[in-house]
Design a protein around this ligand. Structure first.
Ligand code: FAD
Ligand code: DLZ
Ligand code: SF4
Length: 504
């Protein structure tokens, strides 16, 4: 007999390791372990979600005829690590070896490869592109761009294709997806489910000091509930998803977003199946093309592309620091006081829900860290810990690459930076802020305005020649010399206050 490992983000009945195993002779191993629960100080909701979903999945496997050796976190025999549990279970059963599906983090891939047990690692087939397909696509290209990879994935899946042409005549409708914040949101947000109170008690007891609110807990924790959430969103949220994808509203964390990344990444929903249901909504006339294409692009385009880059670039990707940034992550990321309303909103929401939508992650918390020159490794760890959908394969390319430009431009062709103007256009945050978004200098000047020019000025050598940034430098150069000096001096003074822990 062999052991079959199922990790906390591999909760899919069609997992390659399960497909390869024999339910009459092999034993499934699942384990809640201290190593996985604390390699970063995860948000308590993320830990609770993982344990609840793991426990339900173990029951499902048992109901389906599998023998499952499940270790709870408080089991006195728990060795504290995935490899420790496999070695312990292998010795109990005198197992011939271990079959497992490739994990989504190099850390665990390496630990499993070094384990003193005969083991067989299978590819994770829950993705649309294999590693080989991505490598072949990337080979010999001077520059990798998501858009071209996405078109390959459209052709491969046949999603939104009209023969060999894109549905509607265009591959990408992003241009229609940038409407500013609506006055009112007409969708009632994610469905709320009842939690497993035994897990709530366990997490409350063991992870009390972690940043983030455990309660109220409402995530879906099995495949049926996740599907309910998907159907609920397709009916109510999808039609306006495209229009308001980039918008942000005070105290409205969810807008028209799907809130399914937790479920897809943990294996409760299959990405291709999700896209087919969304494409059906278009075929049935229930959702417009800009919404449907925009959504499908995120899944078969961005999500697959990020994974491709993570595995292509290798284990050192998370240590990259292409812009030599070294500031410590400010206290405000851990709930410390700030007068910047946009940041306070994004952090509050993250603390409450272990969730923020894409533009909040990119253009609020990410943008600020980049402008302020924060050490990307600390930014990476923050995102990995606090978002319930965060596993390194998807989080690191988004943070190190897309958001912090720390990979030197593999993912992004220019840094995602903006002054307060963009935030003002896309949200209603600035109206309730102690700073004034229209002030470029002075005591009340929006810090994003000061830091934007500070960033461009200090990285002039790196970005001046970038064709997509020439305009920005021309605007800066046309500014009165005295004004430029004032901006830089005020930005420096503001950063000093930030470093001193003074209320900013
Ligand atoms: P929706 O807005 O409804 O989008 C639909 C789906 O598209 C998502 O569920 C997700 O599966 C997929 N998707 C959208 N954008 C991306 C993307 N850039 N990369 C991968 N998948 C995408 N996503 C994660 O799943 N895990 C992360 O750890 C993560 N970290 C991020 C860090 C930063 C700095 C940024 C800018 C983005 C990050 N994203 C991450 C991508 C994106 O923000 C989330 O997938 C999205 O906010 C999840 O919410 P949703 O399900 O409501 O998504
Ligand atoms: C995120 C997470 C947490 C918090 N705890 C566990 C756990 O106790 N046992 C487990 O098998 N998986 C857990 N996970 C998910 C893993 O960290 C994830 O499988 C790896 O990071 C690879 O993506
Ligand atoms: Fe954020 Fe500046 Fe707007 Fe305040 S004024 S909410 S700091 S963008």
């Amino acid at each position: 007999m062999r052991l079959v490992l199922v990790l906390g983000d591999q909760l899919s009945p069609n997992l390659s390791a399960l497909k390869k195993a024999d339910k009459d002779t092999d034993v499934v191993v699942m384990a809640e372990v201290a190593d996985e629960a604390s390699y970063v100080p995860h948000h308590p909701k993320k830990i609770a979600f993982t344990f609840m979903a793991m426990r339900k999945f173990a029951k499902r496997l048992r109901d389906d005829g599998w023998q499952v050796d499940y270790t709870t976190l408080d089991d006195p025999d728990n060795t504290g690590s995935i490899t420790g549990e496999l070695i312990r279970r292998a010795s109990n059963h005198d197992a011939a070896g271990v079959v497992y599906t490739e994990p989504g983090e190099w850390r665990l891939i390496e630990a499993l490869a070094e384990m003193p047990l005969k083991s067989h690692c299978l590819p994770d087939t829950r993705f649309i592109a294999t590693h080989k397909e991505f490598e072949d696509w990337a080979e010999d290209r001077k520059q990798l761009r998501m858009e071209y990879f996405y078109r390959e994935m459209r052709r491969k899946t046949g999603l939104l294709m009209d023969g060999d042409k894109p549905e509607g005549g265009k591959w990408n409708y992003d241009h229609d997806n940038r409407k500013p914040a609506p006055d009112q949101v007409e969708f009632d947000g994610p469905l709320k489910f009842t939690p497993d109170n035994a897990v709530i008690d366990l997490v409350a007891d063991r992870f009390d000091d972690n940043f983030g609110d455990l309660q109220p807990f409402w995530f879906a924790t099995d495949a049926d509930q996740a599907q309910e959430q998907l159907s609920h969103w397709i009916a109510g949220g999808l039609p306006k998803f495209g229009d308001f994808q980039d918008a942000m509203l005070q105290d409205q964390p969810f807008l028209y977003h799907s809130l399914i990344s937790f479920y897809i990444n943990a294996g409760l929903l299959d990405p291709l199946e999700v896209c087919k249901q969304v494409a059906d909504a278009y075929d049935n006339g229930d959702a417009p093309l800009n919404a449907v294409e925009g959504f499908i692009r995120q899944i078969i385009g961005w999500r697959e592309y990020m994974r491709g880059i993570y595995f292509l670039e290798g284990p050192d990707y998370t240590a990259r620091n292409g812009l030599d940034h070294s500031r410590d992550l400010p206290d405000l990321y851990w709930g410390g006081d700030t007068q910047m309303n946009c940041l306070a909103q994004a952090v509050k929401q993250t603390r409450e829900h272990a969730y923020a939508h894409h533009i909040q992650r990119l253009m609020i918390t990410g943008n600020f860290a980049l402008l302020a020159g924060v050490d990307p490794a600390q930014v990476h760890e923050w995102y990995l810990a606090f978002y319930a959908d965060a596993y390194e394969w998807v989080e690191a390319p988004n943070v190190i690459g897309m958001s912090q430009f720390a990979d030197g431009g593999i993912i992004a062709s220019k840094p995602y930076i903006s002054s307060g103007n963009y935030i003002h256009k896309m949200s209603d945050y600035c109206g309730s802020c102690a700073y004034r978004v229209q002030d470029k200098t002075g005591e009340k000047a929006c810090p994003f305005n000061l830091l934007y020019w500070h960033f461009l000025d200090r990285h002039r050598d790196r970005f001046e020649g970038n064709p997509r940034m020439g305009n920005m430098y021309r605007v800066w150069d046309r500014m009165d010399a005295e004004k430029r000096e004032t901006v830089l001096a005020e930005a420096d003074a503001w950063l000093d206050k930030l470093d001193d822990g003074q209320g900013v």
